[in-house]
Design a protein around this ligand. Sequence first.
Ligand code: FO1
Length: 319
Amino acid sequence: MRIVVLAGGIGGARFLRGLKQAAPDADITVIGNTGDDIHLFGLKVCPDLDTVMYTLGGGINEEQGWGRADETFHLKEELAAYGVGPEWFGLGDRDFATHIVRTQMITAGFPLSAVTEALCDRWKPGVRLLPMTDDRVETHVAVELDGERKAVHFQEYWVRLRASVPAEAVVPVGAEQSKPAPGVLEALAEADLILFPPSNPVVSIGTILAVPGIREAIADAGVPVVGLSPIVGDAPVRGMADKVLAAVGVESTAAAVAEHYGSGLLDGWLVDTVDADAVTRVRAAGILCRAVPLMMSGLDATTQMAREALAMAEEVREA
Ligand code: FO1
C-alpha cells in the first residue's frame, strides 16, 4: 500500500510514528511543509522537515518535540557574545550541523529535495521525505505591532511573539510561483491513500496546498483522502492553530476545519470523542466522519489513531 502524508512539524511527525507502526509494510511518502523555513546566520533551517526526520530517525528532543536530544547551545552563546542574533530562536550545536550540511549542499547547487534525501541517508526515517517544493516559500504573518501594521516571518510570530497578537493575514510568500518538488505529484498520482495528520490546517497543510498543482493532484487522485482533526474540544491539541485559523476566518472547531478543507478535497475526517456532536455537521458537508480518541499521548494511542484513519479509508473505498 502506498500512503502519502502531508505533514507539518510535531503533530505530523508524531502521527507518522503511529502510522509506521499501524502499517509496517506500507510505502510511505511524506510531503513536508517548507513554509516555516528560515535563513539564520547564513544558514537554511527547515524546522518541519527536520522535525519529521529527527522524530522518525530517533534524534528528536522528545519533551520539546523539535530540535535534537542531548543538545548544547555553545555556538548560539558564542554568537550572542558577539551580539549576533536572533537570540529568540533556539538553535543547538547538534542541530546546527544539519543546517551547515544543508546550506553547503544548496550552495553547491543541489536542490532541497536532493539535500533532504542526503540528510535522510543518515537518519533513515523509514519514509520517503520530500519537501513540498524546491523553491523558496516563506510564510509571513501580518500583525499590528506598536500601532503599525507589518509582516513578520512565521517563526517570529510563533516563537518570538508566541502568537500573542492577532494574525490579520497569513501569506505563503513565493507559493504562487513555486513548483512541487520532484516526486511530489508522482507520489500523489500513485498513492492508494492520502492522509492529513493533525497538523496545522493553515500554516502547515494549508501552505503545502498553496503550491500550485498539489491541491489539484489530491482532488484528482481518485483515492481516499482522510484527515485527523488537530482541534480537540475547540482548542488546538498543541501549538496555537486557533490564532492562524482566525486569520483565514475559520472558527477553531473540528467541524469548521473539515468544512475549510471541504468535500472537494476530503473524503473522511476523524474528530475526537469529545467532539462527537461535530459528526453530524461534518457528514452534512459530504465528508464521512467518526469520533475516536485523538490525543497522541503515546505510541499506542497514536498507532490506534492511524489504524482508525486506515479503517476510514477502507470505508470510503467501499462507499
Ligand atoms: N520552537 C520554539 O518554540 N522555540 C524555538 O526556539 C524553536 C527553535 C527551533 C529550532 C529548530 C527547529 O527545527 C524548530 C524549532 N522550533 C522552535 C519549532 C518551530 O518553531 C515550530 O514549532 C515549527 O516551525 C512549527 O511547525
